[in-house]
Design a protein around this ligand. Structure first.
Ligand code: DAT
Ligand code: MG
Length: 150
């Protein structure tokens, strides 16, 4: 059975600023397993569905416009505690409140240009992975597993 998954996405500002490699590298080095990856021009209806819980917020329209403003890098990462750990690695929603050492803390200033998305619960990890990867995830054996797991 598949372990816990988180949907992680480098937003258009992160792609434009050349932060994709840095961000992928952090998840790789942590030891999580990549389960899906693509560069993607987001259709507006997918962005709206992704953020539907925020549809009543005053910033919703700007948020959707931002997400569709250029290509994103969509990823699914898998492993024990990946949802909560990824949120820690990403940092607080407002980059001015994100600790140094986190992705937003190191690379962002404004909440509307905060570089990266990470699922907020294992249930949303599953929901978002299914929304962004309708083609499904990749199932593979990571040969370094014995060096990462007891
Ligand atoms: P997160 O991305 O940390 O999970 P969220 O789910 O509450 O944060 O909101 C999704 C995105 O919406 C967030 O990354 C940036 C934007 N956003 C959130 N709160 C905002 C606010 N008060 N003003 C402008 N944009 C906001
Ligand atoms: Mg969120």
């Amino acid at each position: 059975v598949r372990a816990e998954i988180s949907y992680i996405m480098v937003k258009p500002d992160g792609v434009q600023r050349g932060l994709v490699g840095e961000i992928i590298s952090r998840f790789e080095r942590k030891g999580y397993k990549m389960a899906a990856l693509k560069l993607y021009q987001t259709p507006r209806d997918v962005a709206e569905e992704h953020y539907k819980d925020l549809s009543s917020k005053p910033f919703y329209k700007d948020l959707v416009n931002y997400i569709v403003s250029g290509p994103v890098v969509c990823m699914v990462w898998e492993g024990k505690g990946v949802v909560a750990t990824a949120r820690k690695m990403i940092g607080a929603t407002n980059p001015l409140a994100s600790e140094p050492g986190t992705i937003r803390g190191d690379f962002a200033i404004e909440v509307g240009r905060n570089v990266i998305h990470g699922s907020d619960s294992p249930e949303n990890g599953e929901r978002e992975a299914a929304l962004w990867f309708k083609e499904g995830l990749v199932s593979w054996d990571q040969t370094m597993t014995p060096w990462l797991k007891e």
